[in-house]
Design a protein around this ligand. Sequence first.
Ligand code: HMG
Ligand code: MG
Length: 301
Amino acid sequence: MNYPTEACLVEVGPRDGLQNEATALSVKQKSTLVDYLSASGLSVIETGSFVSPRWVPQMANSADVFQTIQRKAGVRYSALAPNERGLQDAIAAQASEVAIFVAVTESFSQKNLNASIEQTFERYKPVLEVAAQHELPVRGYLSCVLGCPYEGNVDPAVVSALTQRLLEGGCYEVSLGDTIGTGTAGSTARLLDTILSGGVSAHQLAVHCHDTYGQALANIVVALQHGVATIDSSIAGLGGCPYAVGATGNVATEDVIYLLEGLGIQHGVQIPALLKASDYICTQLGRETQSRAGRALSLNR
Ligand code: HMG
Ligand code: MG
């Protein structure tokens, strides 16, 4: 079986993880987490979100978080931007890149963005234009690619068409979000086969697996076998989505690192430093890590 020689982890804990916490963490707590993560060797860190504070109050202090982090050379600090205002705020915060997000079903689009899929593409036109003027890379997310909490199964052809549309619109990469974690190795393979046979190449894709059904690592192995080498993950398995009730956190970064180690795939992350980041955030939240590998590795430290 062919695997990529190296993988890039996109750490989404400070955004996807913390957006779902009942209590919003302070600027200091968030920036300290981001600094622990960058110290571990992670090179892409989704640091915050410039969305409406009415919709996601947990992310309201993102501008201050961006101002407080100790930026490390070579690390990209990204932010979600759902509209032009979010983009302007991300530019002011000196985010290294932004991410826009589109749902693959109308129901999820309404719940997450208060707009139809078509309206979200309209909304993103100026975002993509202004980002290009500022030479700011834009990542695209698709939500519910392997199942929707409101509409159930999703047709891979629909996901494939939306992936192409985001790439043609100017996104450098599309992250395929299994928002509610219902995907399996089988459905992941069918989805990737469909997208890749449509002309998109594996290096334009990332996988973003929530681990609700415990299938994330299996799905990531399938993605790696398809040549997809960018993997979103969340320290200690933090997270969920406020508009997908019951969806748990993203696959834990520690679990993905352990998987990559076993496959001999380079990742650039130092495990002891990663465990410090995990210890820090779990202590702040008063909660145990959701990472099985993290727990085992900590016991053997
Ligand atoms: P809306 O209510 O239709 O829009 O929301 P609006 O223009 O009427 O704005 C509502 C209020 O928000 C107004 O304030 C605006 O000024 C303000 P008010 O007058 O009521 O005081 N506002 C903003 N404030 C700060 N920053 C902004 C901004 N925009 C408007 N950028 C909107 C539409 C898109 C704004 C809203 O639906 C929204 O913010 N949605 C974001 C939802 C979200 O963040 N979801 C979680 C992230 S996506 C995710 O987790 C999935 C992912 O992980 C992949 C996966 O797992 O699938 C990425
Ligand atoms: Mg997510």
